[in-house]
Ligand binder design. Structure first.
Ligand code: ADP
Ligand code: MG
Length: 370
């Protein structure tokens, strides 16, 4: 190798080295920029969720007011939660909207063909759970009361679309002929056999069940310590997570005698499901008597069990909602026993205005100071 070729090689080598260095540096810079952008992006969406905190939403769903206060969730996902509740109502649970599966089943059963009906696995599972509560409450809780509920028409009366009027004994008797949980047979493999003429009515569990579906949705988003919130669908409430370290959720218990007032509140941590059934939610008065929307399947009339309201704290939304209705119909003593059987905590307000508490409820209930 002569001098010049050595020079050329060195020169070409050094030229390649400078270009390479510039290229590498540019690449490095570009990568750094990309990473920092990505980090900044991640940070900004996490920050954004925090900056948005809490997201508060109010809407009308399932014939009631839905309210949510959500931390670490962000506006978009918060909106998805209430959309899901609407979807459950319009696609599955409603007995009024033609688009819903329950309405379609009722229409088909009304045709009285006496054939088994195939339903969605979700609804089948829900009905299974309902029938279990019916059995355990000796029929006090019954989702086959559709005909009776339609006759009393409490939803329309409460929303001001109809005038409250006590049906005749004959009308009540005829409606009751098509009610009774033992007339709904689960055949297995998502097939049910309802007695012809019967109608399903899931108003007693819809909101609680919807809370369970929302919880499933939140779990599917993946774990996050930051996520917390309280969602109320009318009288059914779910709490989850911690809004701040050591700070409990406070859930007010309505005063049956004062629509704006509370008798006290529950102090709760983490995940909880609370439902209240009361005679003050939907009712009308005739000749000085109050007729409300929780019916006693034995009489066909609004339940007169000596209670004004029942609040249940249970392991899931379905259970808290179903038990609050069941215990209201059963009354204090039998209601307490049923709730205990399911490991649920109870607060009852009786007609004398006394507050009755299960042992666990006593620890978390704080009476309002007058
Ligand atoms: P709310 O719907 O006000 O939260 P509940 O959860 O107690 O109150 O459910 C009451 C609704 O359940 C009624 O509006 C009616 O549709 C239905 N229902 C009435 N009586 C019964 C009963 N004994 N068992 C099951 N469902 C009932
Ligand atoms: Mg209920």
């Amino acid at each position: 190798m002569d001098e010049s070729s050595a020079y050329n090689i060195r020169k070409s080598f050094s030229f390649f080295s400078i270009a390479d260095a510039i290229l590498l540096a540019t690449l490095f810079l570009f990568l750094c920029l990309l990473c920092s952008c990505k980090e900044a992006g991640q940070q900004s969406s996490a920050q954004k969720a925090r900056e948005d905190d809490p997201v508060t939403l109010t809407d009308t769903v399932m014939g009631t007011v839905a309210q949510a206060t959500l931390y670490g969730v962000g506006k978009e996902r918060a909106g998805q939660l209430l959309e899901r509740v609407k979807e459950l109502e319009t696609e599955c649970l409603s007995g009024k909207l033609d688009s819903a599966e329950v309405s379609a089943i009722n229409a088909r059963v009304a045709m009285a063909d006496g054939e088994g009906v195939e339903i969605s696995p979700e609804l089948y599972k829900l009905l299974q759970s309902c029938l279990q509560i019916s059995g355990d409450s000796l029929g006090a809780f019954d989702v086959t009361l559709g005909r009776l509920c339609r006759l009393w028409n409490m939803d329309e009366i409460a929303s001001g679309n109809a005038r409250g009027m006590v049906p005749s004994d004959e009308e009540i008797r005829r409606a009751m002929d098509h009610c009774g949980f033992e007339k709904l047979i689960l055949l297995g493999e998502n097939r049910i056999l309802p007695e012809p003429g019967m109608a399903l009515e899931l108003g007693s569990v819809g909101k609680g069940y919807a809370l369970d579906c929302l919880h499933e949705m939140i779990v599917r988003w993946g774990s996050s310590e930051d996520r917390a919130g309280v969602i109320a669908l009318g009288g059914s409430i779910m709490t989850f997570g911690e809004k701040a370290p050591g700070i409990p959720w406070r859930v007010g218990i309505k005063d049956p005698d004062d629509s704006g007032g509370i008798i006290g509140y529950l102090e709760l941590y983490g995940e909880n499901y609370i439902s209240t059934s009361g005679d003050y939610e939907r009712f009308f008065e005739q000749n000085g008597e109050r007729y409300h929307h929780i019916l006693d399947p034995e009489t066909g009339y609004p339940a007169r069990s000596g209670l004004r309201s029942v609040t249940i704290l249970a392991a899931n939304g379905f259970l808290s909602d179903a038990l609050s209705t069941a215990c209201f119909v059963l009354g204090a003593e039998r209601g307490m026993k049923l709730a205990d059987q399911y490991g649920a905590e109870v607060l009852m307000v009786n007609e004398e205005g006394e507050i009755l508490l299960s042992d666990g409820m006593r620890e978390i209930f704080h009476a309002a100071t007058p």
